[in-house]
Design a protein around this ligand. Structure first.
Ligand SMILES: CC(C)(COP(=O)(O)OP(=O)(O)OC[C@H]1O[C@@H](n2cnc3c(N)ncnc32)[C@H](O)[C@@H]1OP(=O)(O)O)[C@@H](O)C(=O)NCCC(=O)NCCS
Length: 169
């Protein structure tokens, strides 16, 4: 799926290219305390789901999405935004906001039931129009996605917060 490039000052939001995979890997790895790890292979397999923010030849931020047909119904599935990271020197400049707005626009073509996140940054996502939901609402995600996380032994006691973007009725 094509994503129309967005410009904001010196920053550009665009769909990721295969050549970006190693830089995306490094960015996720740098933020490993907040993000579920991904291998370079996993990033390459899912490259069409990533958006990146770039300035010049530098990748300064990334985000990805995953469709969860098991949460909701297959024809109106839940979409999760994942792997959201902005390089530390570039934070609080509005890049995270641009990326999330672009990602919501990108996934809206699927007409999802809802857009969710599991996050350690609830203030940021709150500012993006998300609000907290019980983790039990995304049970399938906890049983599948969370198995790749080594940070906590139990997804139900893990301090990550589940949030949903206000759905468009
Ligand atoms: C969370 C993160 C993506 C935010 O990116 P960012 O580019 O700094 O965010 P923005 O500048 O677009 O912030 C937009 C708004 O979100 C809120 N916000 C952002 N970071 C915040 C923070 N650390 N604490 C509280 N509010 C925050 C603010 O309201 C901000 O608006 P303001 O700057 O006008 O006050 C970035 O800090 C990051 O990469 N953190 C490490 C990885 C991570 O936690 N990812 C989240 C997924 S678990």
């Amino acid at each position: 799926m094509c994503y129309n490039i967005r410009m904001a000052g010196q920053y550009q939001i665009r769909g990721a290219k295969l050549a970006d995979a190693e830089k995306i890997f490094a960015l996720i790895h740098l933020n490993r305390d907040q993000l579920v790890p991904r291998s370079v292979g996993n990033i390459v397999e899912n490259i069409d789901r990533f958006l990146v923010a770039v300035t010049g030849s530098d990748i300064v931020a990334c985000a990805c999405y995953q469709v969860h047909p098991e949460i909701g119904q297959p024809e109106a599935a839940t979409v999760e935004i994942q792997s959201v990271a902005v390089r530390a020197p570039y934070r609080r400049k509005g890049i995270g906001r641009m990326l999330i707005e672009a990602m919501i626009e990108k996934v809206s073509v699927f007409n999802p039931k809802e857009v969710v996140v599991l996050t350690f940054a609830p203030e940021f996502f709150g500012a993006m129009g998300f609000h907290e939901i019980p983790k039990t609402q995304i049970m399938h995600k906890l049983y599948t996605g969370c198995v790749n996380c080594t940070k906590h032994t139990d997804p139900f006691t893990c301090p990550e917060i589940a949030m949903v973007h206000a759905p468009r009725e």
